[in-house]
Write a protein that binds this ligand. Structure first.
Ligand SMILES: CC(C)(COP(=O)(O)OP(=O)(O)OC[C@H]1O[C@@H](n2cnc3c(N)ncnc32)[C@H](O)[C@@H]1OP(=O)(O)O)[C@@H](O)C(=O)NCCC(=O)NCCS
Length: 145
């Protein structure tokens, strides 16, 4: 089994579309993913097993601020540190490009994701009440670099 953490490429798009549509409530379309791949403001990273993307995450970087878009791992591959590797790559890229802060938003009831971000050094800085459907709030988290 060959595991690699890499920049996402056009050849990963079908799997990324599948991960987005399966696990993300407002998924990015193939068109959005392809345009992010070509847009230098975005950096997308994947974990591939034997060439197939099983985890991925993206970040947009503008001057000294960055925002994580989505982080997702396919169900059968969770709990193996793959999302952590993706966050590590995102953090390295942000530091390399001069970002000083990384922001993200996460649903208040998404314990796996909140634990992941806390483990990677993010702190809750504010809350957007009733941000999602069913009255769920969004927690805004920040990591300083
Ligand atoms: C959140 C998610 C990306 C984690 O992916 P993963 O590859 O399983 O995560 P990792 O194995 O790298 O776990 C790293 C840390 O995250 C936390 N974590 C991950 N899964 C967890 C769970 N089910 N319960 C509690 N904490 C969890 C832990 O702190 C873990 O560290 P540990 O293993 O030392 O305890 C995955 O559950 C997922 O895809 N969820 C659906 C999509 C989603 O909600 N994305 C976030 C949008 S903001």
């Amino acid at each position: 089994m060959r595991v690699e953490v890499d920049n996402a490429e056009v050849g990963d798009i079908k799997e990324l579309v599948r991960l987005e549509s399966k696990y993300i409530p407002c998924p990015w379309s193939e068109k959005q993913l392809l345009s992010a791949l070509k847009d230098e403001r975005y950096s997308l990273f994947v974990v591939r097993i034997d060439g197939k993307a099983v985890s991925y995450g993206g970040v947009s970087i503008a001057l000294d601020e960055a925002e994580i878009c989505n982080v997702v791992t396919d169900e059968g591959f969770r709990g193996r540190g793959f999302a952590e590797s993706v966050i590590d790559r995102i953090t390295d890229e942000c530091a390399k490009k001069g970002a000083k802060k990384i922001f993200l938003e996460v649903a208040e009831n998404n314990s796996p994701a909140k634990n992941l971000y806390l483990k990677k050094g993010f702190e809750k800085i504010s809350e957007r009440k009733n941000y999602y459907r069913l009255g769920l709030s969004a927690e805004i988290m920040e990591k300083k670099l």
